[in-house]
Unconditional design. Structure first.
Ligand code: ASC
Length: 219
């Protein structure tokens, strides 16, 4: 019988574990060390905290799951493709709310927008992410594109997607470092160590997700 899915290799299982650890560390950081999350709060910090939570859950965690869908979704190719597409759509929706939280926080605090390296590469990456999604929709989901055109563009879709995913990882890590600079945490305080480990697990998630994609093609 024909096997539709690529088997989840060991590296894909590691990616999944790193992603879950990063998610737990993010929640411990925001709920235990920080003020918690609430987009409609009177406390501007609770508004801000929505930003790292949703950007991580959407653009790091869910988009990583989307990249691995062809390995992890135990169904025929068409279903994997729809899962890949919808996971990216969820990531975009979470990303929009997460970006809104950052702007809302700045407005509450009377702070300027878009002054940092983190914000510049973040906005650039999010625009590319949406562009890639729209191109993917037109090229691979809607029935108008010829089979040969799809095939010619597939390496670009995959390479471009992997580059955007690494840009997301870079944005997440610079965001964490920017926040810990603002917080002026004491060296080796519990929170500072937690943020550093969160950053390491986000990086490990990024590398292992990308390995799953690249090595999966040879499985
Ligand atoms: C698609 C799809 C693929 C590619 C492939 C291009 O729409 O599901 O796997 O395009 O046909 O070679």
């Amino acid at each position: 019988t024909h096997r539709y899915y690529r088997p989840a290799s060991r590296i894909t299982i590691f990616a999944y574990i790193f992603g879950v650890i990063a998610a737990i560390l993010m929640l411990v950081w925001l709920l235990h060390y920080r003020e918690g999350v609430d987009l409609d709060s009177n406390d501007p910090n609770k508004i801000f905290n929505v930003h790292p939570l949703l950007m991580f859950l959407g653009l790091v965690f869910l988009s990583g799951q989307a990249l691995m869908a062809y390995m992890t979704v135990r169904a025929e190719k068409k279903v994997q493709k729809i899962a890949h597409f919808l996971l990216h759509l969820c990531a975009i929706i979470l990303g929009i709310v997460g970006l809104h939280a950052a702007f809302k926080y700045h407005e509450r605090r009377g702070l300027r927008n878009l002054y940092s390296f983190h914000s510049w590469i973040g906005i650039g990456t999010f625009c590319l992410y949406i562009l890639q999604w729209v191109i993917g929709l037109c090229m691979y989901m809607l029935p108008y594109t010829r089979r040969e055109t799809r095939a010619v563009n597939l390496p670009w879709h995959i390479s471009g997607g992997r580059a955007i995913f690494y840009m997301i990882i870079v944005t997440a890590l610079t965001g964490l470092m920017q926040k810990s600079t603002f917080l002026q945490l004491p060296l080796f305080s519990g929170e500072s160590i937690l943020i550093n480990f969160l950053a390491i697990f986000i990086l490990l998630f990024g590398v292992t997700v990308d390995f799953s994609v690249s090595l999966g093609r040879y499985a």
